[in-house]
Design a protein around this ligand. Structure first.
Ligand code: LLP
Length: 429
């Protein structure tokens, strides 16, 4: 059992349980594939972060992109977090979940006019501005609607987060944020523009970061800008350090949150700014598992070929292994686990050789095995697609010994609903 899921994923009389819900029984009750999340795990992850940053004026903004299910957003909101969003769709979700738009920070390099207008209308906390052109657009839209837009500039602190290149965001060659010099010029311009209200500065250097140094280097680089701005008469209310805190998938040593909090407190010194974090993965990843059932076992034809366990979950449900070579632990959840172990590649039914959930795992399987893919709570369901016209999985929230369906399984009717063209009239421009 990895510590990452303890004490929420436990074995009770041979039954693998999330909190006190038997996962094998749950798979029978709700079907597979199914994403299952532990409410207690999410709650404790939020509390642990709040505790680690006690002593600084601190504000947690959950990164909606990691898992945007309404029940999870409501839980975060009930626990007092704000939100980090990257689209109008995510803003709508926060509002639908009963979250306060006044606690929303809007990041992302491509905010459209419609998204900016929507955010201005509902009164978000702040736009994290990622380019000069975006700053102009926000000022223009604020003028049109007779409002003042709260802004922060996303600085690219140019530190290497030492993570997978696809989820590294704080280097010069990445599309995110602006260089420090450019940021200063943008702050100056914003300070002279009555449509803009400067509230903060932000950065986000990447995701699944397990070393503290890059995060602290980024913070230190930002502080020199904060001080330079103060000397120009521009006082910031908050410093947003982004998300990115790494978790344990396999044998990583995760960031020590207490050390991170204490170091930030010490480096911040007597400055009065509120510290904001935008974590996604570290709140939800290890709170979630993906349940899947064996469809077929395909024994190796030759000694050096793999054995395949074809399961009912696929890359359309969890694309992380295919996209980032991500490693997710896999457990058998059947109460009787006395089958002789063998080496298996766990693969889905999608017509791509890249469609695998896990490779080369030692597991005792038979045709009735149900598996739990661990650490699947973040960037799992949100990256799911309908590839191969597969309906997306259902989602379940576990709370003690009870569970609740928080998204029903997608049907083929759901998929076909948006498509026309069989008898619709044609248009010409
Ligand atoms: N803030 C901003 C501006 C971000 O771009 C991200 C993640 C976060 C916060 C949250 O980062 P976290 O705490 O979750 O690391 N799909 C990839 C991860 C992409 C992360 C993108 N940005 C994966 O499955 O690993």
């Amino acid at each position: 059992m990895t510590d990452a899921h303890a004490p929420y994923l436990t074995e009770v009389d041979g039954h693998l349980c999330l909190e006190r819900v038997d996962l094998h029984g749950l798979a029978d009750a709700v079907g597979t594939p199914a994403y299952v999340y532990s409410k207690a795990h999410i709650t404790d992850a939020i509390e642990a972060l709040n505790e680690a940053f006690a002593g600084v004026d601190f504000n947690l903004h959950y990164a909606v992109k990691a898992n945007s299910n309404l029940a999870i957003l409501k839980l975060c909101s009930d626990l007092g977090t704000g939100f980090d969003i990257v689209s109008g769709g995510e803003l709508s979700r926060v509002i639908a979940a009963g979250g306060d738009p006044g606690t929303v920070i809007f990041s992302g390099v491509g905010k459209t006019v419609e998204e900016i207008d929507f955010a201005l209308k509902v009164g978000i906390e702040c736009f994290n501005v990622e380019s000069e052109a975006e700053l102009h657009r926000i000022a223009e839209r604020a003028e049109v609607s007779g409002q003042v837009a709260p802004i922060s500039i996303r600085v690219n602190p140019n530190v290497d987060a030492q993570t997978h290149p696809y989820i590294s965001t704080g280097l010069k060659q990445n599309k995110f944020g602006v260089q420090p010099d450019q940021a200063l010029a943008m702050y100056q311009a914003a300070a002279e523009n009555p449509q803009l209200n400067i509230v903060g500065i932000d950065c986000h250097i990447g995701s699944q970061i397990t070393e503290i140094e890059p995060l602290l280097d980024a913070f230190t680089n930002m502080l020199s800008l904060v001080d330079e701005l103060a000397s120009m008469g521009i006082e910031l209310k908050h410093i947003d350090l982004g998300g990115g805190m790494g978790i344990v998938y396999q044998d990583e040593t995760p960031l020590d949150l207490q050390t991170y909090g204490a170091s930030v407190r010490q480096i911040l010194g007597g400055r009065g700014q509120t510290i904001i974090l935008e974590p996604g993965r570290s709140i939800v990843a290890n709170a979630g598992v993906l349940l899947t059932r064996i469809e077929y076992l395909k024994q190796a034809a030759e000694p050096d070929a793999p054995n395949f366990a074809v399961v009912d979950a696929a890359m359309n449900d969890l694309i992380r292994p295919a996209l980032y070579q991500a490693w997710h632990d896999v457990r058998v959840v059947n109460p009787d686990r006395t089958l002789p172990p063998d080496q298996w590649d766990i693969v889905g039914p999608v017509c791509e050789s890249g469609d695998f959930i896990a490779k080369d795992r030692t597991l005792g399987l038979d045709a009735s095995s149900v598996l739990a893919v661990l650490s699947a709570g973040a960037y799992g369901m949100v990256q799911a697609s309908n590839y191969n016209s597969r309906g997306r999985a259902c989602e379940i929230m576990v709370d003690g010994e009870t569970f609740e369906l928080i998204r029903r399984r997608e049907t083929i009717t759901d998929q076909l609903r948006l498509e026309t063209g069989l008898d619709a009239s044609r248009n010409a421009l």
